[in-house]
Design a binder for this molecule. Sequence first.
Ligand SMILES: Cc1ncc(COP(=O)(O)O)c(C=O)c1O
Length: 444
Amino acid sequence: MGQDAQKQLLYSFTKLADVKEKGAVVIVKGKDCYVWDDQGKRYIDGFAGLQVVNIGHGRKEVADAVYKQMQELEYWHSFFGFTTAPTVQLVEKLATMTPGNLNVAHFVNSGSEGNDSAFKIARAYFKQTNKQGKYKIIYRNKAYHGMNMGAISANGFYGNRVPYEPLIPGFLRIPHNHCYRCPFDKTYPGCKIECAYALEQLILEEGPDSVAAFIADPVQGTIGGYIPAVKEYFPIIREICNKYEVLFICDEVITGFGRTGKMFGIEHFPGVIPDMMVVAKGLSSGYIPLGAVILTDEIAATLADSIFMHGYTYGGHPVATACALANIEILERENLTANAAEVGAYIAEGLQKLMDQFEFIGEVRASGMLYGLELVQDRQTKEPFPVTVATRAMDLAREKGLIIRMSTGGFANLICPPLTMTREIADEMLAILKDTYTDLAKEL
Ligand SMILES: Cc1ncc(COP(=O)(O)O)c(C=O)c1O
């Protein structure tokens, strides 16, 4: 396929010079956990596209739902009191799935738009309640919440922020909660979860009257590399947010729709209900782009008294919402959340065995079907390898027919397969990974 045309694309998170030298991989077909390139080579999709395709590739049922909706009504919007039938159905469905009174959804096209919308809603909410001074947004080191200006203002990795500075004012950072690399040099549980109480400390330093929201994902995403939180973390966060009237925005862009072995990642923390939940990716399994910010009845009621001055042309696109309904139908019917827990635990065992074989794997993190393998030069000192090593593993795996990636922060390999993965395909994936690390070990 057109080698020159391939060089005319400005690829994301890619050095264009590398594509010019090596060429691009052109993916032409997908079925369940596999994709094929234009040379006929088959890959196990160990990353569900970009942590998106929860139901697996090539589902005719979704294509049929999309086709049907396109024939009926190809486009309409959600401005000026308009909406469409599948959009209303999806709101109703999401309200039954999400915890607590998260019952009102605003549709967008991506996770970044969802988080940016949540920041705007948090600020608008406090203006509406006559607390104009509450505008600051707190996020965590190593956080990734997307790439638009709002989302990178809450990004915990310099490489994603610095090229685009100055960012949006009013965004503040607390330390991350990665126990393996504890920012306080402590050990759980003796640490008394200082990383969570860092939120309270910052709120007090800044003044509670100035803080609007705190954003976090239940398993921290692609920068640190799928870092789960200890069981006390989010209950403490919820308590602090309640105490200082700070809204808790839960970014479920990766963790939503079965990924962690529960429908939503925050459900691993019983009783913790966010004020806003942002979803995308697994909401439609990426068959059509779609995201949403889901609000509590209380926030929605507050916004109801004024015109909501926000929205995107394609927010609540009926083809996308019809697609999401078909996707959720499959997720529920095939009980893919349970599969993420069961086969997920089986894969985690396999990865643990790899850790026994390869000294350079310092930590295996597993949450449902999300895995981070921390690559270290020395298990004692935990000194990480430079980013080139995790990237090299990604390239070696790709050569061998497995798509995984490195964490943006550079120390880990990340795996996030479709939730349809069976033990048989998992064995195939683990065998390629073993092969990959065997080759990598020779180069270290
Ligand atoms: C946790 C998290 N939030 C938000 C986003 C941004 O989503 P999108 O790329 O759809 O804008 C991502 C993307 O990977 C993510 O991992």
